[in-house]
Structures are given as C-alpha cells and as structure tokens.
Write a protein that binds this ligand. Structure first.
Ligand SMILES: [Zn+2]
Ligand SMILES: [Zn+2]
Length: 155
C-alpha cells in the first residue's frame, strides 16, 4: 500500500501528510466536480480529518453549492488558491483529499467510479472497478476495516 502520502499546493506553501491510507477513494464524474476542477473528474481520498496533518502553510475555505443543498467546503492554499481537500455536508470529521495534490498521485487508485451518467464519453473506465450512475451504498462496497473507521467518525 501507499507509503509516501504527502502532498501540497502549487506554490509550495501548503504541505500536508496523510497519517494512513484513506478509507476509500472516489473517482467522481459529476458535473460539479468537472466544473470545479476544469477537468473530466475528480479523485478524492476519503479520510478522517485527524489523519490529515497540515505541515505548513494556511488553508482558507470557501463554500460552494451542491445538489444536496448542504454545500461543499473547499479548502484552498491561502496564497495560490489550489484546492487540497473538501468537506461535504458539514461533516468536518471526514475529509475528501484531492489525490492530484499528492506528491505521488499514483499512490492511490480509485475504488469506485461515481456519477458516471455524466462521465465524458472518451473516458474509458477500467474493468473490475465498480461504477455507478449516481452515488452508491458504501455499506456494501467498503472493506470492513474502512467501515469500522467510518463508524468511529459517525458514532
Ligand atoms: Zn499554495
Ligand atoms: Zn462529484
């Protein structure tokens, strides 16, 4: 499994380290993620907030609307404004770390592809990785150890 799970922003001010591998990794093809990244999808590593150590720099948050109405808080480097992680629905204990900001983005691969109903047509999904038109049921898909970690967050 992944060893060096450190990352940072473009200007170098923000540096962070994940204390462990994430619980699960999403590749999200929804329109919101496409718009926010200016790309075809986003890669999010879902991990407990207390396992993300901010080593240097300052992050600032900005809230953007989501379909659920609960909003997404995007955390950006205060200097170069590169987004490094997000919090959805006000669940601050759970972070969605942007895998592309890792020093080695190949260290984590998607466990699931979601919102493939808006996947760009030229993106070919790998065989053997679950894919869903919209969201999915984490209870049936996550490994037991990750579900255990999730329960510790949500009680
Ligand atoms: Zn920066
Ligand atoms: Zn999305």
């Amino acid at each position: 499994m992944a060893e060096n799970l450190e990352g940072g922003c473009a200007c170098g001010a923000v540096r962070y380290r994940l204390a462990s591998p994430p619980m699960f990794v999403h590749c999200c093809h929804c329109r919101d993620c496409q718009r926010q990244t200016g790309s075809a999808f986003v890669l999010n590593a879902l991990i407990e907030a207390d396992r993300v150590a901010l080593l240097s720099g300052d992050v600032k948050e900005i809230t953007v609307p989501t379909e659920s109405g609960r909003g997404q808080k995007i955390y950006r480097c205060a200097s170069c404004e590169i987004a490094v992680w997000s919090v959805y629905g006000g669940i601050d204990k759970l972070r969605f770390v942007r895998v592309g900001t890792l020093d080695d983005p190949a260290a984590l691969t998607p466990d699931v592809h979601i919102y493939v109903r808006s996947k760009l047509p030229w993106v070919k999904l790998p065989e053997g990785v679950p894919a869903f038109d919209a969201y999915y049921d984490s209870k049936t898909l996550w490994p037991a150890a990750s579900l255990e970690r999730r329960r510790a967050i949500f009680g």
